[in-house]
Design a protein around this ligand. Structure first.
Ligand SMILES: Nc1nc2c(ncn2[C@@H]2O[C@H](COP(=O)(O)OP(=O)(O)OP(=O)(O)O)[C@@H](O)[C@H]2O)c(=O)[nH]1
Ligand SMILES: [Mg+2]
Length: 603
């Protein structure tokens, strides 16, 4: 079986790839050149990445098309243990672009604990250059640091003695294994500063805790600094930083996370005093986005945001950070990679921006096409975890469409990509529903910038349904946050329908406060399907609010007018009589203007 995005891929290519499962490779080689030739040729024909997953015996156990590195679970079950490598190496193509491992590749390598991750680029349908990375093992523990070699010309791939490399890596684990003990979750201390914000510092830190948890870190303590004035060198002041250093020691924490953006110098100074990795809220959010991104567009956007955020901060890298890497578990571009190849970063940013530009053009094209079909677009916006995806899925299900369900999960930022589906409104008219990334307070500016093309879906929609988690104590503040992000991306003056979701679990007091503050909200439960028909009706009313009804009489000599009206989907009723055609239409002012001469009852 070939996994991934097979849409439009010719059957012969799929068969050719399937045959590779029968081929035995030399286990000492990273990959045999015959196999590499085949995947590079197919990859460049279909212009998609192809990934091979090879086990230690040299057998290909999984093949994927597209750009995600999820190996099937059976394949991974061969060796799944916190502190061992997976026993699987991943060789994949970069059909257009460099042979350089991308941040997504590095992230996959770390998360899946691959033996090795190699990328090969292609020229004239043939393998051209390659680079590969592997995890560093130190003191018997797999480090989250990645060592990268290359880029080399592809002819050198034969020189990589793969088994030798792996054996010497793993020797380090087994020699030390009895001393190491269990691999723990990272432990972190959160630090916030009281400020004049919609949220109290406690609420803000609770949210930061959820973010840390989402990123895989356990919060062991929260510190609030009431000083209220930001110290340029130490953010919280050097005295408080010393206190945190002691706290860190006694609680054996590995990371300190600040609830704000820190400058490169602040990070370095704080690390020096506290003696462990220091990260800020933005880095944490970017980490989570890097973990979640699925589509090529999403991945590029996250990588761009990370690079742009880190570039000016790299200068002041302290000793600790440069050894251990950026965020929780070092997701995204490994700091090592950034260190060695700082000069590549700017090129990389340039390339990514160009690629994003192409994707954007394509998106614009799709949008144009949709526009010419006159199908209105409704997008769901809202705070992360409000229930946007659940609602979108339910509405699709009700109107009979449930394929390609969007991931809904009780975690922050489950959705990073915009996905659009067609559903029917109560009157039978079509509407496109579009689900988007959730918003959050202090959404990093770099992210908003990078995600603009995804968020454009919101800007270009006819109506926005602002989904609110009415069971959340901070619902009001979250509404304000979402409104200000909407304003920032240029969607502030759109028609907005407020949907108070999760009324099944929200307490009455919470709802009545929202009710009094925002009188026009629809109270719904996506999960329990409460009031969804009311919401749909409201959407219909909003979408077609600008529409006008009219009666026309069209003589048989002008039947082309009838086809024009049908093309624009505005015919409600038509009667063919002896003298001509009587038509009831419901349409925009524009279209009515063009057929005004035929109007018989002026509205
Ligand atoms: N009780 C209850 N839970 C709900 C309701 N709607 C959604 N949820 C739950 O809320 C959680 C988040 O739902 P999602 O649909 O993933 O939220 P989202 O807004 O798409 O989140 P992001 O994609 O992260 O921005 C899930 O666990 C849902 O099951 C509801 O009406 N009632
Ligand atoms: Mg979602």
């Amino acid at each position: 079986m070939i996994r991934g995005n097979l849409e439009g891929v010719k059957k012969i290519y799929i068969e050719e790839l399937e045959n590779l499962y029968e081929v035995e490779c030399d286990k000492n080689l990273l990959v045999s050149s015959e196999i590499l030739d085949i995947i590079c040729r197919i990859s460049s024909k279909i212009n998609r990445e192809i990934s091979l997953y090879i086990n230690r015996r040299g057998r290909i156990i999984d093949i994927g098309i597209g750009d995600s590195f999820t190996v099937s679970l059976e394949a991974m079950s061969e060796k799944r243990n916190e502190n061992t490598l997976s026993g699987i190496r991943c060789i994949h193509t970069h059909p257009s672009g460099e042979a350089y491992l991308s941040s997504v590749d590095v992230t996959a390598l770390i998360n899946m604990k691959f033996d090795c991750m190699a990328a090969v680029n292609i020229k004239d349908e043939k393998p051209y250059e390659f680079s590969f990375g592997y995890l560093k093992i130190e003191d018997g523990k797999i480090n989250d640091e990645v060592l990268i070699e290359g880029v080399y010309p592809v002819s050198k791939i034969r020189n990589v003695d793969f088994m030798d490399m792996i054996q010497s890596l793993e020797k380090n684990i087994y020699d030390k294994i009895h001393v190491v003990g269990e691999n723990k979750r990272e432990r972190s201390i959160l630090v916030g500063m009281a400020s004049s914000d919609l949220y109290t510092p406690e609420e803000s830190l609770n949210e930061l805790e959820e973010l840390a948890d989402t990123a895989g870190s356990e919060v062991v303590y929260k510190v609030i600094q009431n000083r209220g004035k930001i110290d340029t060198a130490y953010y919280i002041g050097s005295g408080k930083a010393r206190e945190i250093a002691l706290l860190r020691q006694s609680l054996m924490a590995d990371t300190v996370i600040f609830d704000d953006e820190l400058s490169g110098a602040q990070v370095r100074n704080l690390e020096e005093i506290i003696g462990c990795k220091v990260i800020d809220r933005t880095t944490l959010i970017l980490d989570i986005f890097a973990q979640r991104a699925v589509s090529r567009e999403g991945k590029i956007q996250v990588e761009l945001a990370q690079l742009k955020y880190r570039l000016p901060r790299l200068i002041g890298l302290g000793g600790v950070l440069s050894r251990t890497g950026g965020g929780i578990g070092t997701r995204g571009p490994g700091e090592k990679k950034l260190e060695i190849d700082r000069r590549h970063i700017k090129n990389r940013i340039y390339d990514l921006e160009k690629e994003l530009e192409d994707i954007k053009k394509n998106r614009n094209l799709q949008r144009e096409r949709r526009k010419s079909n006159e199908i209105p677009v409704v997008s769901f916006a809202g705070y992360t975890n409000a229930g946007k995806s659940t609602l979108r899925n339910k509405l699709c299900e009700i109107s009979g469409i449930d394929k390609e369900k969007v991931l809904e999960a009780d975690m922050l930022f489950a959705t990073l990509d915009t996905t659009t589906r067609l559903v029917k409104l109560p009157s039978g008219k079509d509407v496109l529903l579009s689900d988007t990334v959730g918003f959050i307070r202090k959404l990093p500016h770099e992210l908003i910038e990078a995600f603009k093309s995804t968020l454009e879906e919101v800007i270009y929609s006819d109506v926005i349904v602002h989904v609110v988690d009415a069971s959340n104590k901070n619902a009001q503040a979250q509404i304000e946050t979402v409104n200000s992000v909407l304003k920032e991306i240029g969607a502030g003056d759109k028609k907005i329908i407020l949907a108070f979701n999760k009324v099944d679990i929200a307490d009455d007091e919470n709802i009545s406060v929202l009710r009094s503050k925002y009188s026009d909200g629809v109270e719904i439960s996506a999960l329990k399907e409460i009031n969804l028909d009311v919401l749909m009706q409201k959407i219909e009313n909003e979408v077609y609010k600008e529409f006008i009804e009219a009666k026309l009489f069209i003589p048989y000599s002008d039947t082309k007018i009838i086809s024009y009206l049908h093309d624009n989907k505005c015919v409600e009723k038509e009667e063919y009589k002896e003298d001509g055609i009587y038509v009831d239409i419901r349409t925009t002012k524009d279209i009515l203007g063009r057929v005004k001469d035929y109007e018989i009852e002026i509205h």
